[in-house]
Design a binder for this molecule. Structure first.
Ligand code: PMP
Length: 325
C-alpha cells in the first residue's frame, strides 16, 4: 500500500505547473449536487440529492482516485520526469482506465490497462483516443481476470511499470475522504443524514463514509452491491464471489443493500425522461437504492437528506438495448 504526500510543495516542477493552473487536473472534483425533484416529490420531508460525477473531465467519479494515485506516484518518484518511459499499469473495468489514460496524456507518461475482452466498443475507442495500451483478460473472468493479469504483468516486467493497484491503493479511498465527503458536507451545509454508494473497488464508499462519520457520527451510510455475479451493473462488484479489494472495510456500512440490474435499467430511463439526467447504470442503481431509503424514512415519519453518487454519464452505455425496450 502507498501513502499520499499532502504537501504540494514536494511535487516535481512540471506537475506543480499542472496543479497550479491551465491543466485538466484542475477540473477534477467540485462536481454539482443535483436535487432529484420529481423522483421524491411524493415524499414530503425527504430531500434526495445526487453528486454529478459525470462533470469530471474524464466523465466519471474515478478521475478523483486516479488523480490521487498519479500525484502520489509522481511525488514518490515512481512515475514522471525522474522515470522517463516508465508506464502506469492497472486493472480497470473502464472508468479508472479512462482517467489514467487522460492523466497519462496530460502529464506524458505511458498507460497500460488490463481489461476484460468484452468491454463496450465506446470504452475501447475512448482509451485508444487518449493513446493508452490495452491488455485483454478473459471476458468470462470479469474484473478478477483483469486483476490477475495486472498482477502477473507487474511481477514479470521488472521495472517497466508502476503497478497502481487501485483495489489496494489507499490513495483511492483518500481521494474521496479529502474531496467527495468534504464537498457533500459543504453542499448540504452539514444537513446530510444518509449516504448511499455502490461498491466497485469500494473507494468511493470507504473514503466518503470515513470522513462523513468524523463530521457527524450519526450519518447513516449504506453500501450497495449487485444481487448476482452475472449482472450488468458496470463497475460494481458482487463481493461474495469476487476478489475482495484490500481497501474494502466491511465494518463501515450501516447496511448493505442488494441491487437488481433490471431495476437499474428502469431507473436510468426514468432519470433521463423525468429529471433530464442521463447517467450510467451504476449511477441509476445508486439512485434506486437511495429512493428505497427515502421511502423507508418517509414511512417511518422521519425527515432526511439523502445523498448518492451519479458515477458517470450515459454516453458509454448508449449501445445497450434497454434504453428503447
Ligand atoms: N460505477 C462506475 C461506473 C464505476 O466505474 C465504478 C468504479 N469501478 C464504480 C461505480 C464503483 O466505484 P468504487 O470503485 O469507488 O467503489
Amino acid at each position: 500500500m502507498t501513502t499520499m504526500t499532502s504537501n504540494s510543495t514536494d511535487l516535481p516542477m512540471d506537475l506543480k505547473t499542472h496543479l497550479l493552473g491551465r491543466s485538466i487536473l484542475d477540473r477534477i472534483g467540485n462536481t454539482p449536487m443535483v436535487r432529484l425533484e420529481r423522483l421524491a416529490a411524493h415524499l414530503p420531508g425527504i430531500t434526495l440529492l445526487a453528486k454529478g460525477e459525470f462533470a469530471n473531465p474524464g466523465g466519471s467519479v474515478k478521475d478523483r482516485p486516479a488523480s490521487y494515485i498519479v500525484k502520489d506516484a509522481f511525488a514518490r518518484g515512481e512515475l514522471g520526469p525522474t522515470r522517463p518511459g516508465r508506464g502506469l499499469l492497472d486493472a480497470t473495468s473502464g472508468n479508472t482506465g479512462i482517467a489514467y489514460a487522460m492523466l497519462g496524456a496530460a502529464l506524458q507518461f505511458p498507460v497500460t490497462l488490463c481489461m476484460p475482452g468484452n468491454v463496450s466498443p465506446e470504452r475501447k475507442k475512448i482509451l485508444q483516443a487518449y493513446g493508452a495500451s490495452i491488455q485483454w483478460s478473459a471476458p468470462d473472468e470479469g474484473s478478477d481476470g483483469a486483476i490477475r493479469l495486472a498482477r502477473k504483468l507487474s511481477a514479470e516486467s521488472g521495472d517497466e511499470f508502476y503497478y497502481a493497484d487501485q483495489y489496494g491503493n489507499d490513495n483511492n479511498w483518500r481521494a474521496h475522504y479529502e474531496t467527495t465527503a468534504e464537498e457533500i458536507w459543504f453542499q448540504t451545509e452539514g444537513r446530510v443524514t444518509h449516504f448511499v454508494a455502490g461498491l466497485g473497488t469500494s473507494g468511493t464508499f470507504t473514503g466518503t463514509t470515513r470522513r462523513l462519520r468524523e463530521l457527524n457520527h450519526e450519518i447513516k451510510c449504506i453500501s450497495m452491491q449487485p444481487d448476482s455475479p452475472f449482472n450488468g451493473l458496470e463497475g460494481l462488484k458482487h463481493m461474495p464471489t469476487a476478489i475482495v479489494p484490500p481497501i474494502y472495510d466491511e465494518t463501515l456500512a450501516d447496511r448493505n443493500l442488494w441491487a437488481d440490474t433490471e431495476v437499474a435499467y428502469t431507473m436510468a430511463k426514468l432519470l433521463g425522461r423525468e429529471e433530464g439526467i442521463l447517467v450510467g447504470i451504476s449511477a441509476a442503481s445508486n439512485v434506486a437504492t437511495a429512493l428505497q431509503i427515502a421511502e423507508e424514512e418517509h414511512a417511518a415519519g422521519r425527515e432526511a437528506v439523502i445523498v448518492t453518487i451519479l458515477c458517470d454519464g450515459a454516453d458509454k452505455y448508449l449501445s445497450e438495448r434497454f434504453w428503447t425496450e
